[in-house]
Design a protein around this ligand. Sequence first.
Ligand code: MN
Length: 129
Amino acid sequence: MNSESILVVEDNIDNQELTKILLEAEGWQVRVAEDAPAALHTLETYHPRLILMDIQLPGMDGLELTRRLRAEPKFQDVTIVALTAYAMRGDLENARSAGCDGYITKPIDTRNFAQTVREYLENGRTTPS
Ligand code: MN
């Protein structure tokens, strides 16, 4: 499969649909999980190149889920990009210290979202902020 694979972890249905439409329009394979348990279940059988990780999730939040994934050797190669409405000082540091490679703010800017994701896909885990 040459198509880039992406897992979107997002509890908001509108954001699930918007991100899926925008990413699939690029020809990328997209799966969606609505919370951390669903993401962990999906990741048992699906190894995406990139995870778009909503930070604010019901139950286990996206930072904690990221920490858990980074604790497992098999997820070291996955690019994880935080997706959050929070744009407060310190959020990028929190996301990075949890193991995220970068940060996209919500509401999603439909004009540049796909290009931003493409850059993360191309740069993998070494993307500078
Ligand atoms: Mn959320």
